[in-house]
Design a protein around this ligand. Sequence first.
Ligand SMILES: C[S@@+](CC[C@H](N)C(=O)[O-])C[C@H]1O[C@@H](n2cnc3c(N)ncnc32)[C@H](O)[C@@H]1O
Length: 229
Amino acid sequence: MAHTHMLKLERRQPQEAYSVHRGRLTFAQSWMAHPLRVGAVAPSSRRLARLIASEITPASAPVLELGAGTGVFTRSLLGRGLREDQLILVECDPRFACLLEHDYPDAWVVQVDAARLSRLNIVDGELLGAVVSGLPLLSMAMRSRIAILQFAFRHMRPGASFYQFTYGLRCPVPRPVLERLGLKAARLGSTWLNTPPATVCRIRARRKPQFQVSGSAAETDLVVQQSVR
Ligand SMILES: C[S@@+](CC[C@H](N)C(=O)[O-])C[C@H]1O[C@@H](n2cnc3c(N)ncnc32)[C@H](O)[C@@H]1O
């Protein structure tokens, strides 16, 4: 198994193989220093990276990537036709941030805790067409998850999506919390070809209810049902 994997690496371009090895080394170092914050034992697979970027097109620019790590999702976003200068890469770990700056010199790498983004002015002018997140949301405080979603949806175009990967079977933000934020989640797909197998959720703003009724409890129930659908 390990032998087959090495063969695959050797068949890639030497520069790509070097970049993969360097990424894995950095990942191992960061994981040993902060296992919970890194939240994974290995960088995401190319299959997961393709899945999470599968709905993104050049029209989605600019795109915000959260928890970019070694840049596995970044490479997939470029593969979807985006340019580096249309990407904002947020990463709190200095080792990863340094690697991203080296590998994607034209992208905007911001070394910051994603839960504190609202304190910075990183999305200036044009609204985001999508957010792709490799953050380990399940190991983050609910307060931080909410702050991240609020920031993202405040800066995204109407109808734009927030793509989040998870090792669980459900969206890492519980449904009642999503509903309170006016959001809904759907499963985009899953892959076994990742360590461990992973799922991608698409989070979107719920459509505004067509009839805003203020009045009796029965009418209010109707509005809630319409907006949940
Ligand atoms: C599961 S790894 C994913 C890395 C990469 N996207 C991949 O798929 O291989 C999670 C990444 O999120 C970063 N991270 C964790 N908490 C963060 C936070 N609060 N703000 C910004 N980045 C964070 C970690 O440093 C790590 O690079």
